[in-house]
Ligand binder design. Structure first.
Ligand code: SAM
Length: 547
């Protein structure tokens, strides 16, 4: 029926009619003569009046996900649009509504119904999308209240009015690699004008928030849905700080990727609600597993804004706000976490080429560099490639006479390198006895610019203090252990650790013990569900046109 962009522009042109003046770019797309069957037009009008978006759906079908990616064009599912507009209606009565990156105007169609007197402004860079917005408005009877601003939202000017403005929509997700240097410079200057440092790594959705902050006045309010990564990453700090400040963050609803908040992509969604200049004392956090749980957006656990403001990242609050059946166990209930041993002098205790040899029974293959764990994947199968750490007994009298000769020779060498004088050596029972811990069942990195890497220690390796070891409090079956490991690898982020300069995240053993995870039976169920939805998405993307 509608097979090409030209067909789509043609149908939109007919639905818009002659009374609405189009921009030159839009006129250019609409064929001079359009012969759209009356039956087709009737069916489309009926679907739009019933609350569907057949033109937007046709757009997403005709333009492949790859083609839409450069403009971040992912249209919003109806339950999300409806929940956000219902929240707006419960929050205030806007005199005008701005939808930045309006696409086919899904938000404005719902807003036009909820706010029958408000002026509606669609800001959109793509003339084909703005034709669809106008066509929807024409069918639903709000074309005369709609102003289409065809261009970049960051260039958009908004005249002052007396009443409040509602900003609502789904700002485009475009990664910083695809943002021109001039816009990055604009972003830095704009953020700086509010007193915030900004990173060049921020995506276009963060630029849209900064632009909204520029346009908004006290009394305005808004809700945007975006990808959720800004909660924790460094470049999201400008947005977190704006919400803590004049933008006036009120709530954050984080949507599980399994609910597909952005159709076709397995991405966590975040609905951010704000009331400009009227930040409440407490901020609401909520996790949502399925879209039917979304409304009303007044629900959630509240946290004192002072605590939120001082937190380096925000996911930790979400973990605490998680529904009871999720994440109600702390890792420490399953495992004791111990930092690896400090040798006091790695040049001596990690076997190197110049060290006199010691009996093999005192050599223990060990993780001595975090990168050994990163390279291992989910399991360390062999210790053959690892360096050995020398761990001698406290009581050397238990050595055989031959062993004793060898070890004495080694200790003379170690003393020459002053291994006996290190702070650590002088504080252990015998300076020559490093005291390695038993092999941990799971090993993990704890200091990096990434989430901890959890690795099953099938090789029985020991570990130095560049890793933490997890020791089960009760024995686990292989199946349970594999599930816990898979869950930790997939779901443990950087939240909960401490952030150091340059974005380095460090987890102390106690902090790692506080990482939350579901009960064991839920771990198995969640992993099975995730595997199912990943497989569904993989199959859908293989079937998508142009894939
Ligand atoms: C995520 S889509 C959302 C569309 C629609 N609001 C919805 O939710 O269904 C983002 C929209 O922003 C538009 N866009 C991308 N870059 C833009 C820019 N710099 N200024 C204005 N609109 C832009 C895209 O063409 C796309 O229609």
């Amino acid at each position: 029926m509608i097979a090409t962009e030209r067909d789509l522009a043609s149908v939109a042109g007919v639905l818009i009619g002659k009374a609405i003046r189009l921009s030159a770019a839009e006129r250019h797309l609409v064929p001079r003569r359009s012969a759209v069957p009356t039956r087709t037009l009737k069916a489309i009008r009926a679907a739009i009046r019933a609350g569907d978006d057949p033109l937007g759906e046709a757009f997403c079908r005709i333009r492949t996900p790859g083609e839409r990616r450069s403009q971040g064009a992912t249209y919003t599912p109806k339950p999300i649009v409806d929940a956000m507009i219902a929240w707006a209606a419960a929050t205030g009565t806007p005199q005008r509504i701005v939808d930045p990156g309006a696409g086919s105007a899904r938000f404005l169609c719902a807003a036009a119904r909820a706010f029958p007197r408000a002026d509606l402004i669609a800001v959109e860079i793509d003339p084909l999308a703005s034709l669809l917005a106008r066509a929807n408005a024409a069918v639903l009877g709000f074309a005369r209240r709609l102003t289409v601003q065809l261009g970049d939202y960051r260039d958009f000017a908004l005249p002052a009015i007396d009443g409040p403005t509602l900003f609502v929509g789904n700002p485009p997700y475009v990664r910083h690699h695809d943002i021109a240097p001039t816009w990055k410079a604009w972003f830095t200057d704009a953020a700086r004008s509010f007193g915030f440092a900004a990173s060049g790594l921020a995506g276009l959705h963060v630029h849209f928030f900064v632009k909204t902050r520029q346009l908004a006045r006290p009394g305005d309010f808004g809700a945007f849905i975006t990808a959720a990564e800004w909660l924790d990453v460094n470049y999201g700090s400008v947005l977190r700080r704006m919400l803590a400040d004049e933008l006036g963050g009120t709530a954050l609803h984080v949507i599980d990727p399994k609910a597909l908040p952005f159709s076709g992509t397995f991405t966590t969604g975040a609905i951010t609600c704000f009331r400009v200049g009227r930040r409440p004392d407490r901020f609401t956090f909520r996790n949502i597993g399925t879209l039917d749980q979304l409304a009303p957006l007044s629900q959630g656990a509240t946290v004192d804004w002072n605590d939120v403001e001082s937190a380096p990242r925000w996911s930790a609050f979400l973990r605490r706000a998680a529904p009871a059946r999720h994440n109600d166990i702390e890792l420490g209930e399953f495992f004791r976490v111990h930092r690896g041993q400090v040798t006091g002098c790695n040049a001596v205790w990690i076997v190197g080429p110049n060290a006199p040899s010691v009996p093999a029974r005192f050599l223990f293959p060990s993780i001595t560099k975090a990168r050994e764990l990163l390279a291992a994947g989910d399991a360390l199968i062999s210790a053959a490639h690892l360096k050995a750490v020398i761990d001698l007994p406290v009581d050397l009298d238990e050595l055989t006479a031959r062993e004793r000769v060898q070890v004495e020779e080694f200790l003379v060498w170690a003393k020459r390198l002053k291994a006996h004088q290190s702070f650590i050596a002088t504080h252990r029972r015998a300076w020559w006895s490093v005291g390695l811990k038993q092999p941990a069942v799971i090993l993990c990195t704890y200091m990096a610019r990434r989430a901890p890497a959890f690795v099953l220690n099938r090789a029985g390796a020991r570990h130095l203090n560049i890793a933490h070891g997890l020791y089960p409090r009760e024995p686990f079956s292989d199946r349970d252990l594999a599930a816990i490991l898979a869950y930790l690898r997939r779901h443990t982020g950087t939240a909960g650790g401490r952030v150091y300069a340059g974005g380095l995240v460090k987890f102390e053993p106690k902090e790692l013990e506080r990482v939350r995870l579901p009960r064991l039976e839920d771990v198995h169920r969640l992993l099975a569900e995730e595997n199912d939805s990943a497989e569904t998405i993989r199959r859908q993307s293989l079937q998508a046109p142009g894939a």
